[in-house]
Unconditional design. Structure first.
Length: 102
């Protein structure tokens, strides 16, 4: 299942047999604010968290943060929360992303 910032706040039901959940979010890492996982449903594992850098040559160019998750069991229920914050100050959140699985 592929998700983006447009899916923020949605309630989703994973199709049976879903092998992966990918979330792609805009990020400007040079600002010091990075997307990070705050919470996952109990039966969902974080597989990877990568940055797809922009091809723009401009200083401070944004990229795409790509999270890959794996459902370990069905059904997936609960909340997945991501936050855009400084790694050294998780209280300084400038954006959040939430999905509710049912």
């Amino acid at each position: 299942m592929q998700l983006t910032d447009e899916d923020n706040g949605r309630t989703v039901k994973l199709p049976e047999g879903t092998q992966s959940i990918t979330i792609r979010l805009l990020e400007t890492p040079t600002s010091g604010y990075l997307w990070d996982v705050e919470q996952t449903p109990a039966n969902v594992t974080v597989v990877s968290k990568n940055l797809e850098k922009s091809t723009a040559k401009a200083a401070g160019a944004s990229g795409i943060r790509i999270f890959n998750f794996r459902p370990e069991a069905e059904p997936v229920t609960g909340t997945l929360k991501l936050r855009n914050c400084r790694p050294w100050d998780s209280n300084d959140v400038i954006a959040s992303y939430t999905l509710t699985f049912e």
